[in-house]
Design a protein around this ligand. Structure first.
Ligand code: DGT
Ligand code: CA
Ligand code: CA
Length: 574
């Protein structure tokens, strides 16, 4: 897919334009990049079928951007980008990937110190060359080093959201081979962990050679680490590795269990097996030399006296005991979600109109969708002020009437995602907040406040009687930004006493709350909502990533308010 490549170029163009202090244009390129990233259709296909015209139909893409895409699709280059790059040959992705460094700072670092790569940035920071620069200072230098340290911890791991669609495509191809009888993903991907080290596939086949030939020559394979008759390993151009194992049918279940992991879960399970006088391996559950269970995962667990454990729970966090004693949670199901409460429309920085969002949500089988546009403090997203919110609410009421007249059992809810200011106040007047069906509040600025202040800030927001939900409560961005420095314990205490709902943001880079925090909330009786934070309708499809994390946090229907019947949800938000 060329979509991601063009999106990356547009993102970098946006950053270069910002360095040059150009107005508006950077935002337009950023928005276009966002649209391309989540576009369902392949740019190459679109162009082949409909030419320049088809490209211009993509939301946010005008004449000049369409021409640049055309140039890239036909020549493999984009001159506009190349000119920027020549003038300032920085590895922008690396440098701007550091939390403290934006385009303007990247420019200064290049012009003053010649810094082009992450390595050079780290060297300069360690040599204390950055603090003396105008507009930097000691704190910035420290933050840069801290940011680089954080990046290193995430190195070599990939976002589930980036990997899953690619892996799913390959899995489908494997399944379609006539030589393949069974195929599954295993490992962290099957457990739906938020980040993935490598992708693991298991296959049953009587002709392993053919399957291996196919696997190591897949389009996008840039390296073959190994090719055998039972195991092969490759690297894809996206930078991650994939293992494929061919398994005999009679031990498929045991292999699936073993290679799904986690390692910690397997170790604990093997101990249970040993305690009961068995031996457990990827080949099966054995009594002496006799296999007693191996063909299916269910058999292996059952023979050990355990209920089958959903892969999302297999982290050795108490699931084995629960399976032994019949106390596994009745996990939230992927089909249980009835609506999405965190969607941005074109009233603020989003791409589609509220009507288009409503249509897309109905297509997903939802009963409602909540429009939660940004509010005025967030200028970069065109946040709405009180007057605009009221006008938008009026439009929502009209749309609801239309839906009703058309006989559709579907409601658009009036929400907003207001900003929690540094002192914990909300950037919208109470009387307008009171006119909303619900109010989400989130931190979108000043992320680096001291712990006590940041904690107080969020608690103050929760104490506002109009605030129903806190969005992305810990502020982490996977592989990019650490959580805010907060006392989560105090925040959860306040969530409980104020009845505030905490968000599980399904956006693959956020997944915030994370699995462990979800589990804590569930145990404290704090209610949660799974939202996509979609800025364009294709992103409504990110919901399963949030559901997966909720499941990894042992969440049940009762814990998740958008799994409830609408009437109960509205009652709760009132
Ligand atoms: P990743 O790839 O880092 O995201 O995490 P996984 O869980 O996919 O780990 P991976 O790919 O190294 O191995 C796949 C599964 O194979 C793992 O979840 C459990 C099993 N496994 C691998 N090595 C060991 C081991 O040394 N002991 C045990 N008990 N299981 C292992
Ligand atoms: Ca793996
Ligand atoms: Ca692996």
């Amino acid at each position: 897919m060329k979509n991601k490549e063009v999106a990356k170029l547009f993102n970098e163009i946006s950053e270069y334009l910002e360095m040059d202090g150009v107005a508006f244009k950077p935002y337009a390129y950023q928005k276009a990049a966002r649209a391309l990233e989540s576009l369902q259709d392949d740019l190459g296909d679109l162009y082949r079928q409909g030419g320049l015209k088809a490209l211009k139909k993509i939301p946010g893409i005008g004449e000049s951007m369409a021409q640049k895409i055309e140039e890239y699709l036909t020549t493999g280059k984009m001159q506009y980008y190349e000119d920027f790059k020549k003038k300032m040959p920085i590895n922008l992705e690396e440098i701007i990937g550091v939390e403290e460094v934006g385009p303007k700072k990247a420019k200064v670092l290049y012009e003053q110190l010649g810094i082009k790569t992450l390595e050079e940035l780290e060297e300069a920071a360690k040599a204390h060359k950055i603090a003396p620069l105008f507009g930097f200072g000691q704190k910035t230098e420290d933050n840069i080093l801290q940011g680089i340290g954080f990046l290193k911890t995430g190195k070599g791991r990939f976002l589930l959201g980036d990997i899953l669609p690619i892996a799913h495509g390959i899995w489908q191809k494997l399944l379609s081979l006539k030589e393949v009888e069974k195929a599954d993903t295993a490992g962290s991907l099957r457990r739906m962990k938020d980040t993935i080290g490598d992708v693991d596939f298991l296959v049953v086949s009587r002709q392993p050679e053919k399957v291996m030939d196919f696997f190591v020559t897949l389009p996008g394979v840039v390296r073959v680490w190994g090719r055998g008759s039972t195991k092969s390993s490759v690297r894809l151009k996206e930078g991650f590795d994939m293992d494929l194992r061919v398994i005999p049918p009679e031990s498929y279940g045991a292999a699936l269990q073993y290679f799904t992991g986690s390692k910690e879960h397997n170790i604990a399970l093997r101990k249970i097996a040993i305690d009961q006088g068995y031996k457990l391996s990827e080949y099966g559950l054995f009594q002496g030399d006799t296999p007693v269970a191996a063909e299916t995962e269910e058999e292996v667990y059952a023979r050990l006296g355990l209920a089958w454990i959903p892969p999302e729970l297999r982290e050795d966090r108490g699931e084995i005991d629960a399976a032994l004693t019949g106390k596994l949670p009745r996990l939230l199901d992927y089909r249980d979600i009835k609506g999405d409460l965190h969607v941005h429309s074109n009233w603020n920085g989003g791409v589609q109109s509220i009507r288009e969002i409503a249509a897309a949500a109905r297509e997903l089988g939802y009963e409602y969708v909540g429009i939660s546009d940004h509010t005025k403090f967030l200028k970069i997203e065109h946040g709405l002020d009180e007057e605009q919110l009221r006008a938008r609410n009026k439009e929502i009421e009209e749309i609801n009437l239309e839906l009703k007249h058309a006989g559709h059992n579907f409601t658009v809810l009036k929400g907003c995602e207001a900003n929690i200011m540094a002192d914990g106040s909300i950037d919208i007047a109470d009387e307008v907040l009171a006119e909303m069906d619900y109010v989400i509040a989130g931190v979108h600025s000043q992320f680096k406040m001291p712990r006590a202040e940041m904690t107080r800030r969020i608690i103050t927001a929760m104490e506002n009687p109009h605030v129903d939900i806190i969005s992305h409560p810990t502020g982490r961005l996977l592989k990019k930004r650490e959580e805010y420095d907060i006392s989560l314990e105090k925040i959860l205490e306040a969530a409980r006493s104020t009845g505030t709902v905490l968000e599980i943001n399904a956006y693959p880079e956020r997944l915030d709350l994370n699995d462990l925090n979800i589990r804590v909330c569930k145990n404290l009786g704090i209610k949660m909502v799974i939202n996509t934070d979609a800025h364009q309708v294709d992103q409504l499809r990110l919901m399963p990533f949030g559901i997966a994390q909720a499941r990894r946090g042992w969440a049940e229907k009762e814990d998740i308010i958008n799994a409830w019947p609408v009437a109960r949800l509205l009652q709760m938000l009132k």
